[in-house]
Write a protein that binds this ligand. Sequence first.
Ligand code: SAM
Ligand code: SF4
Length: 335
Amino acid sequence: MSKDDHGREIDYLRISVTDRCNLRCLYCMPEDGVVWKAHELILTIEEIERLVRIAASEGFSRIRLTGGEPLVRLGIVDLVRSVVETPGIESVAMTTNGLLLPQMAEQLKQAGLQRVNISLDTLDAEQFTYITRRGKIEDVFAGIDAALDAGFNPVKINAVVVRSLNQDLLAFARLSMDRPLHVRFIEYMPVGDSCGSAGTGWTEADTIPNDELVTMLNERALAAGIGQLQPLSKTNAPKGWGPAQYYQFEGAKGTVGFISALSRHFCSECNRLRVTAEGQLRPCLFSDVEYDLKTALRAGDDDSVRDTIRKALKTKPDSHHNRVGTERLMSQIGG
Ligand code: SAM
Ligand code: SF4
């Protein structure tokens, strides 16, 4: 296992496999999309496979494929299969907007993908189209059904909470009642093109701290007669590698989690590095410091890829120090 200079064990690599997407979420991408990187600037499938092999030999055992939208990347199912088969890799997960899961969930499961996180920020059809600037909510619902039918476990639903969107959070939490769905509320992070990412105008004031969120949800749940959220111990929480704090309503099949990257940041437990679609290795989501893996990969020399990984580990900051605003958008970094 690799350790960074602050004694943290870093064994989790999040790889953005594309900067392209079939949606244009307000907080993640500009309306016209980003200027797509030319294909030759993006890591090839073979380069990603090789990177995973080398990372595994450096002690990385858990991989998440993300993007942009990973399911629009040509060859994604084969990539999943080869990452799963890489010696040393114990677990492979994906974060997706779910739109293509009805066609692909079964193939992904057969290729060995273990977990999917599906992003969905609202249960209101109109608000969904507003947030994503083009999507239809029924397609995500179909994607969630497909993930459950294919046998993924756990299936997590990631909802970014934005104060000015005034989402119906209780309706979300209720998704955990009847099916084994794990709803996770994520604090909006003012990342990308500085605050007001991609021109939303949202600021730090739009981040609802998780403590406030738990109180708000409990009040609404009590008023609706479904009781309060009960905290879950780590052993009873759904499997995962992240820092969510989990709760459950009595009798619920799923859970409700809270991820607070800002109000109670989890830097001391950070276990990950990120690779952008262009092959830049980022020690911290909130810092624009990057190391050029692509050049190392294209030089054909495994040792210089290893050195790049070690350099990133050495300079991984102890904390993001509440810095907000990055040069890159989330879709380019890989959220
Ligand atoms: N397209 C896939 C999806 O939407 O799940 C994967 C990539 S997306 C960048 C990964 C996650 O980042 C999504 O759950 C999305 O909601 C989240 N995200 C994007 N921008 C964000 C922001 N500014 N603050 C918090 N989460 C954000
Ligand atoms: Fe696409 Fe995911 Fe970003 Fe939405 S959050 S624009 S689905 S990459």
